[in-house]
Design a protein around this ligand. Sequence first.
Ligand code: ATR
Length: 281
Amino acid sequence: MIIDSVVGIIGWPVSHSISPIMHNRAFLQMGLTNWCYVPMPVANYGRIKEAVLGLRALGFKGANVTIPYKEAVVPYLDRLSDDARAIGAVNTISIDSEGRLVGHNTDGLGFIKDLLEHSVEITKKRVLILGAGGSSRAIVYAMLAHGCKNITIVNRTKTKADDLAAAFQSLFKEAVIETKELSPDALRKITADIVVNTTSMGLGNDTQSPWDEALAFSQDQLVYDVIYNPKVTPLLKQAGCDGAQALNGIGMLVHQGALAFEIWTGLKAPLAVMKKAALAT
Ligand code: ATR
């Protein structure tokens, strides 16, 4: 068997990433036995330029980019998709036939596709986004681009929420985008149909929640946490106990990966197989 089409994931750390398993399973399913997905740990932040340009030198077909490099890779790419330019971050790189490095961002669309899969309508919904980092930028942009008209961004550092809101308000003039500093009082005053956590609170062994425990969710609310490890964060546990619909980030992970697979291979991704591989880890 000859492997001549290599892709992988640039980040630090990447040893726990589900993406290699998910993509290699997808290549197998599609009969792409010449394709391989490898982890590419870049421990030294100062070496990210070498890592990105090395993709071209080594004849890679593309790469995913994860924490902490989604913004850092941008200066070394030859071209950006409209989504990646608007979001200001890249999670997928493709390399065209002339060797040009093209940056894409499939995180936001991956999130929207997961909502669609769960029959969640967003155009008439009031949305509350917790956090104003890279994930938040991708999700806020995608929600606005898909017709959401009412978003409140709540963040510990309010100026970051303000910057994000200002950047997207100029692109989506008819939307109402508000910002607040994260506090129990601010959360109490916001009415939202959909609450999305993009902060790292609750990630891994973190037992914190961005939400105020004294503030109950209602049955008609959707609470979405982009975290998928653990599968049930303290936020999702509270949402579930209160009877709200609770979704973790595994669906977004699978859909962003499927979109990357399609960019690299030009083939429709085997979504069910990718989801099964991701859930089995
Ligand atoms: P990502 O790319 O995953 O979005 P990021 O850009 O580092 O990661 O953003 C992390 C988000 O989690 C930010 O909104 C951050 O808030 P600040 O902008 O104030 O830093 C938020 N966050 C992380 N730890 C937090 C904590 N302990 N309390 C509240 N917010 C937190």
